[in-house]
Design a protein around this ligand. Structure first.
Ligand SMILES: [Zn+2]
Length: 388
């Protein structure tokens, strides 16, 4: 029917060849997916980003209207900058039952398996529709899918279940932590370092803030994980980047901290943030202001990834367990787009081929056997959705 790629491996080779590092446009990849779908008579809708340089794609196979099962995956990948690869990261390279390439595991493998299943979906005369979503900007805070998700149940159909195909080694994941990242900027005053009383040292102030975050880190470890399901078993706090100062003989005027919190599903960031800001305002800032009245400390959010909360017995959970041939669910500590679907009222689980251990690393790969397992999962889905 089609002269182009048809097998999961061929499709994956095409997808990997698009350098969709999050800083780049994904429009060529989206165009490829749109053309591929249209060759099978499947119409798709694109939802552009605000700047117009990226887009998500939404397509339905099967009867129009509400309901159905949504398969969702992101098209962007993390950078290869500074990583040492044994082969070209944007050329899918087979070796020893593995396929190497940036995004092969996270998560173009899942997208390739979904696209490879499209001919079977269109041939099956589905009674229950299957929806496909291909998103962008997942690796920079899971934000790109949001405009598409907000349309579900509004001007696009509301799926009854969503499967986000992040790499879980095809295990069914029903819960993950939230992710919240912040930048705190301390501004003091410059002075010659021999005359520190004339300046206000932003790095000393930032160090006190780091110490405060470290206290929260320890307290949260102490509080643990009442569900006993997460690894590590607590909400975690990390300071990840610190930038400040200009020279060895200048009292630094500015210091910025990037920090993040990965919360258990029930964790509320509000009280922690309020406490941090109170500490900054009441303990740290007065010391800076003593010599520099213009000093300031400000914290701004960078991104918020909602948690995936377990919904025991949901249609998504029961369906995925059945299709994966498993009898229990798992948790992961990384964030996915799943929480956004859940916030939209769609029961959601995470289940996809490949291991997160191979994601984001040089020589990223996916086991061919994982693609086969995903194909079986999708064949099962098509069979279920084919039944009236
Ligand atoms: Zn991913």
């Amino acid at each position: 029917m089609l002269a182009g790629p048809t097998t999961t491996e061929e499709l994956l080779a095409h997808l990997v060849a698009f350098d969709t590092t999050s800083r780049n446009s994904n429009l060529e990849l989206i165009g490829f997916v749109r053309d591929y779908l249209s060759a099978y008579g499947v119409e798709s809708v694109t939802i552009p980003s605000e700047a117009g340089d990226k887009a998500s794609l939404f397509a339905t196979i099967g009867p129009p209207g509400v309901g159905g099962v949504c398969l969702s995956g992101h098209s962007d990948v993390v950078p290869v900058d500074g990583q040492s690869w044994s082969s070209d990261p944007f050329t899918l390279t087979p070796a020893d039952g593995r396929l190497y390439g940036r995004g092969s595991c996270d998560m173009k493998g899942f997208l390739a398996a979904c696209l490879g299943a499209v001919p079977a979906m269109t041939a099956a005369k589905l009674a229950t529709p299957i929806h496909l979503i291909v998103s962008y900007d997942e690796e920079v805070g899971c934000t790109g899918v949001v405009p598409a998700v907000r349309k579900l149940g509004v001007d696009l159909p509301l799926p009854r279940a969503c499967i986000v195909g992040e790499p879980t080694s095809m295990r069914v994941v029903d819960a993950h932590k939230s992710g919240m990242a912040f930048v705190t900027t301390v501004t003091g005053r410059e002075a010659h370092s021999s005359m520190p009383q004339l300046g206000a040292n932003a790095i000393f102030a930032a160090a006190e803030l780091v110490g405060e975050l470290d206290r929260y880190r320890a307290e949260l470890i102490e509080a643990g994980d009442p569900s006993g399901r997460f690894d590590p078993p607590s909400t975690t706090v990390q300071v990840t980047v610190i930038e400040g100062g200009t020279a060895g003989n200048i009292v630094p005027r500015q210091c910025a901290l990037r920090w993040n919190v990965r919360g258990l599903p029930e964790f509320d960031i509000g009280p922690l943030l309020a406490r941090f800001e109170r500490f900054a305002e009441e303990v740290v800032l007065p010391k800076l202001k003593a010599s520099a009245p213009e000093a300031s400390i400000g914290t701004v959010p960078v991104y918020t990834v909602p948690p995936l909360a377990p919904q025991t017995g949901s249609m998504a959970e029961l369906l995925a367990l059945r299709l994966a041939g498993q009898n229990r669910t798992h948790t992961v500590s990384y964030g996915t787009e799943g929480g956004h679907f859940q916030e939209q009222g769609i029961p959601t689980i995470v289940c996809g081929p490949g291991s997160i251990d191979q994601a984001h690393k040089p020589d990223e790969f996916i086991e061919v056997s994982q693609l086969r397992a995903c194909e079986r999962f999708l064949a099962g889905l098509i069979a279920e959705c084919g039944r009236p």
